[in-house]
Every structure is written in structure tokens, then in C-alpha cells.
Design a protein around this ligand. Structure first.
Ligand SMILES: [Fe+2]
Length: 402
């Protein structure tokens, strides 16, 4: 049996470290090595020379990470520290909060993210590779969301039951200025041991600096004073800027399945970058300090609440442990609407709390309709595209949901 068939997303594992998968190799939608377009698989020019645990080039990077990886003093909040968490979030573009998951929820999320990862890794790669690399990504790095043929995992109880927790909802209400935010999706990202390359710094969403009325209302609900020019009635430039800074369109919570260490591929977050209009530096220009801005010290059960505009990226996993960060993605009240993809089966929506139902009001399907592609995760884009059309009833694990 393949080692990945019994994998768990925490603790030591034999999964990963596939020496047959070349450094910086990426695949296109059909599983071929592309000539030019690499999508999210932007190469790391400083990557180790081999995907081998004790290769000298891996050992050299390991030594550097052991010495320098992680913030000097990472702020970590308790779930009830709403003011402090909000201050840090608005200052840095992210905040780490411990114990967002209780024991039961951590166990449930670990089970779900282990189960889905087993499915992703099941097919063998070409020419002796242990796994198929996800289309347009670097080797040994996968997204729960983009490998899902419905694009989300809101059909899966492990994800759906995390949208409204007694620890997270007060924080989200605080950051969105009330209860009318929405769930837009759920997925998350992971890396296997042996993901030796850095993922390039990127933003998940771009600020458009638009100020529809609903955004201004949300800013007021957050306590921002809307200052206007006395003559023209126009909102002052400084206030416009503050509104944009404080009202990100999307906030994501990534939940930590195993303690983030200097060695197991902690996410890096560049503080203050959420309000930058410019692009993050490409890998060839990224300074060393940014490569070390990682969230070492966040423990299993914690969450990283992040403004999706903030520059971030995954880092090398040189350990023997999978680094998994499943997430739930929330939209601000000012972007909420019926345009969000319907990826949650009605029967799942029905199980939610009243507030859970409210925030999932735009993502649930009608009764009896199975969201296209839901329940099939695959590394290759073309398989997912076909499944989105052909999978219209629930696969085995989800049979009870229609
Ligand atoms: Fe990202």
C-alpha cells in the first residue's frame, strides 16, 4: 500500500521527500511540464539542489532556518482579546490567535484534512514520481480548495462545521463591524515534507480602491469617522485611505493542524503589506528578512487570521511532518451578494447554527442539487474541469447529503 494511504497531517510520516520529482518542476492542466506559463509554480532560484532529506544543500538551508526562521517576537492573542487582536490585525494585516479550535474541533479538522489529502496523493506521478504535482504549483505543495473540482470544500462537514465557532465569530464580527459578513469558500493549503522550494510572495486579492456606499457604511460601523470637505462634501483623501485600509474584501482564517516550527514550512506574512498598492518583490529580489518572516510558534489549534491582500507565501518544509493549514474564507458585508459560488449542499447548510446559516446565505445550493464537482479532489486541472460537469451527485463519502 502506498504510504500516503494512511497519512495523518500531524506527527512524523514517510510521506513526501520524493527525490524523483525535480526541483522547481511544475505541471500544466494536463500534467505536462510547461514551456513557459508556470502559473503559481514560480521557481525558487535559491532552492536546494536535491529533494533528499540529508542532501548537503538541504542541510545548509536547514541550518540557516534553525538559526533565523521566524519572527523575533510573534504576537499571539487569546481568543477573547478582541481589541488587541483587532489592533494587531489592522497594523500588520494578520494576527495569530491561539486555541481557536477546541480538542474536538481540532480532531475533526485533522481527520478531514488527512482524508482529503490521501485522495489528492492517491494517483502515482509519471516516471517514478510518488505523486502528481498540482497543476501550476511547485512540487509537494497543494491547495485543498483549488484541488477540489467545486473549488471549495464547503460540502465537507470538517470544513462546513468550522464556519461559525464561539471563538472565531466574535473576532470576525469585530473585524467586519457586525454580523453581516459572508462565507465565500473554504479550503486551505498544505505542504509535504520535502517541499524544499519557497513559494513566491503574493496577495490573494488586489485592492481596487473603490468606495461603494456599502463600504463606507461598513467603515462607519467600525467606528471610522467619515470626514468630508466642507465645500464639496467629498470624503477627504486621508479618510478614503483609512476606509480602504480597514475594510479588506476578504479575511481568511487558516487553522493550524500541527505546531509551526522553523523546519516544517511555516507560512510567512509580511507585516504592513496589506495596505501596499505595489506588487511584492519576485523571488530574485526578495530580501532575506522577508524569507524569515514566518509564523514559527503558532501551535496546533491556533489560527492565522489574515487580510488576503497581505503579502504571504509558503516556505520550505524540511521536516518529516506534513504542514497543513485548512481554512475558511469570509467576505466583507460590502462585497456580499448572490454572485458567490454555490458550493455548499443544502443539507449541509441546514445543519448550521442560525448565524452559520446567515453567513452562508449566498453559498448554499437549492434542496436536492449537488454542487458540480463537489467531493472530487484531483491535482490536475483538466480532471477537475471534467468533474465539475460530470459529478452532479455525491461521491460515496457524501452520499447522505442529498
Ligand atoms: Fe495565497
Amino acid at each position: 500500500m502506498k504510504d500516503s494511504e494512511t497519512l495523518l497531517v500531524w506527527g512524523e510520516t514517510d510521506v513526501g521527500w520524493d527525490a524523483n520529482t525535480p526541483i522547481n518542476e511544475t505541471l500544466d492542466e494536463h500534467g505536462n511540464v510547461p514551456d513557459a506559463k508556470r502559473g503559481f509554480g514560480i521557481a525558487d532560484p535559491y532552492a536546494p539542489k536535491a529533494r533528499i532529506y540529508d542532501d548537503p544543500s538541504v542541510e545548509a538551508l536547514r541550518q540557516k532556518l534553525q538559526q533565523h526562521n521566524g519572527y523575533h517576537e510573534l504576537d499571539i492573542c487569546d481568543p477573547n482579546e478582541l481589541e488587541r487582536a483587532a489592533t494587531i490585525f489592522w497594523r500588520d494585516g494578520f494576527v495569530v490567535v491561539r486555541d481557536l479550535l477546541n480538542e474536538e474541533n481540532l480532531a475533526k479538522f485533522r481527520e478531514g484534512s488527512s482524508r482529503v489529502l490521501r485522495e489528492i496523493l492517491r494517483p502515482d506521478g509519471e516516471d517514478g514520481r510518488k505523486y502528481i504535482t498540482e497543476s501550476n504549483r511547485l512540487p509537494h505543495r497543494y491547495s485543498y480548495g483549488t484541488t477540489s473540482s467545486s473549488r471549495q470544500l464547503l460540502h465537507d462537514d470538517a470544513w462546513a462545521s468550522m464556519v461559525d465557532l464561539e471563538t472565531t465569530t466574535p473576532l470576525l464580527k469585530k473585524l467586519f463591524g457586525g454580523p453581516d459578513y459572508v462565507v465565500v469558500g473554504a479550503g486551505g493549503d498544505l505542504c509535504l515534507p520535502g517541499a524544499v522550494e519557497y513559494q513566491h510572495l503574493h496577495s490573494d486579492v488586489y485592492e481596487r480602491f473603490n468606495l461603494p456606499e456599502k463600504r463606507i457604511e461598513q467603515a462607519e460601523a467600525l467606528g471610522i469617522e467619515i470626514r468630508r470637505d466642507e465645500d464639496s462634501g467629498e470624503i477627504e483623501d486621508r479618510t478614503k485611505r483609512l476606509i480602504c485600509d480597514r475594510t479588506p474584501a476578504i479575511i481568511t482564517i487558516n487553522f493550524v493542524m500541527s505546531d509551526l516550527t522553523w523546519e516544517n514550512g511555516p507560512i510567512r506574512q509580511i507585516p504592513g503589506s496589506h495596505t501596499a498598492a505595489r506588487q511584492p518583490p519576485p523571488p530574485t529580489e526578495e530580501p532575506e528578512w522577508m524569507r524569515m518572516c514566518t509564523l514559527v510558534g503558532a501551535k496546533a489549534g491556533a489560527g492565522v487570521i489574515r487580510d488576503n491582500r497581505a503579502w504571504h507565501g509558503a516556505t520550505p518544509n524540511l521536516s518529516r511532518e506534513i504542514r497543513s493549514l485548512p481554512n475558511v474564507e469570509y467576505g466583507a458585508p460590502w462585497i456580499a451578494g448572490p454572485h458567490h459560488g454555490k458550493t455548499m449542499p443544502y443539507k449541509v447548510w441546514e445543519t448550521l447554527s442560525e448565524h452559520g446559516k446567515h453567513i452562508c446565505r449566498y453559498v448554499h445550493e437549492e434542496p436536492g442539487v449537488w454542487p458540480g464537482g463537489a467531493g472530487l479532489n484531483h491535482s490536475l486541472g483538466h480532471v477537475r474541469k471534467e468533474a465539475k460537469q460530470s459529478v452532479t451527485s455525491p461521491p460515496e463519502h457524501y452520499k447522505h447529503l442529498v
